[in-house]
Design a protein around this ligand. Structure first.
Ligand code: A3D
Length: 320
């Protein structure tokens, strides 16, 4: 059986990390694409030379030509610019929308059968625009944010309770912005909901509220420390989990920016919700019951995404 092919559009911090993880996990051969000449080729050469040390046979190549992504099974898009301190994700909209147009057209022409995972910010609007520009089916284009935001939430919860991260599950819904909604009621330590753990005296409401706030600002905390860009290790690991679920038909339930067609009262937009990812892409959007606080929070987040999508339509008339 031929190896799977994974194309990475954008060979920056996340792109390079994605290539390394995909090769280490032997998910398939990797093509790194970027408009910067030499960068994808240089990273591909460097990463290929990890093979003998780490024991992987995956071929890693770098390119500036979209024709080389032909036949890709999975495409992960990080092309564009990241935040610098003081910037919000929304400040990136104008410049990254243009990037999504060229990437969408490249995918449409050369790899229309791929499963596409978008990471470029502002995520919920960029994944929507990328789908529009590429014309791929909605179930084959998805955004990575919820896996990362939940991983941040789970990390802080594991630290708070002094338990293994493997025993923590958590959910963050809504748009990937300051209005995201970490759902405490669905967050557990080995099935024990966080509100029960508070009742058991393992933490306090105030401490959990602070963790929720830290989760929502989790990306900004890393940006402020790095000063030159944004997080890339955990974003890459999160997208690889999604790619793996598709390639291996794992049918994992993961919070992702998915196209909603009436679910959660949203029509024709991408918002972060739990979905099942398998060989057919996004196989199901899972609608969970939310309490009034989470519902209200989700609505604020949906409205924020709506504004960004409207801004995209205002910039590019082909999207209107
Ligand atoms: P960076 O290291 O700057 O890499 C971006 C790469 O994109 C660079 O190598 C550029 O040369 C390349 N690029 C620019 N324009 C194009 C184009 N038209 N076609 C192809 N390549 C192009 O950034 P990064 O890897 O740190 O971040 C990439 C994106 O991910 C940014 O938009 C971030 O804001 C976003 N991001 C999202 C999350 C989410 O959770 C959604 C987390 C972290 C970063």
């Amino acid at each position: 059986m031929a190896r799977k092919k994974i194309a990475l559009i954008g060979a920056g911090n996340i792109g390079g990390t994605l290539a390394h993880l995909a090769a280490q996990k032997e998910l398939g051969d990797v093509v790194l694409f970027d408009i910067a000449e030499g960068v994808p080729q240089g990273k591909a050469l460097d990463l290929s030379q990890c093979g003998p040390v780490e024991g992987f046979d995956a071929q890693i190549t770098g390119t500036n030509d979209y024709a080389d992504i032909a036949g890709a099974d999975v495409i992960i898009v990080t092309a564009g610019v990241p935040r610098k301190p003081g910037m919000s994700r929304d400040d990136l909209l104008g410049i990254n929308l243009k990037v999504m147009k060229s990437v969408g057209e490249g995918i449409k022409t050369h790899a229309p059968d791929a499963f596409v995972i978008c990471i470029t910010n502002p995520l919920d609007a960029m994944v929507w625009a990328l789908r529009e520009f590429s014309g791929l089916p909605h179930n084959k284009v998805v955004g990575m944010a919820g896996v990362l935001d939940s991983a941040r939430f789970s990390t802080f919860l594991a630290w708070e309770f002094g338990v293994s991260v493997r025993d923590v599950t958590s959910f963050v819904l809504g748009g990937h912005g300051d209005t995201m909604v970490p759902v405490v009621e669905y967050s557990t330590v080995k099935g024990i909901p966080v509100p029960d753990l508070i009742k058991m005296g393992k933490s306090t409401q105030e401490r959990i509220d602070a963790i929720v706030k830290r989760t929502a600002g989790g990306g900004g905390e890393v940006v402020a420390l790095l000063k030159t860009g944004s997080a890339f290790y955990a974003p890459a690991a999160s997208a690889i989990a999604m790619a793996e679920s598709y390639l291996l038909d794992q049918k994992r339930v993961l919070p992702c920016a998915a196209y909603l067609d009436g679910q959660y009262g949203v029509d024709g937009m991408y918002v972060g919700v739990p979905v099942k990812i398998g060989a057919d892409g996004v196989e199901e959007v899972i609608e969970i019951a939310l309490n009034d606080t989470a519902k209200a929070g989700l609505q604020v987040s949906i409205d924020a995404v709506k504004e960004l999508v409207a801004a995209c339509k205002g910039i590019d008339e082909t999207l209107a």
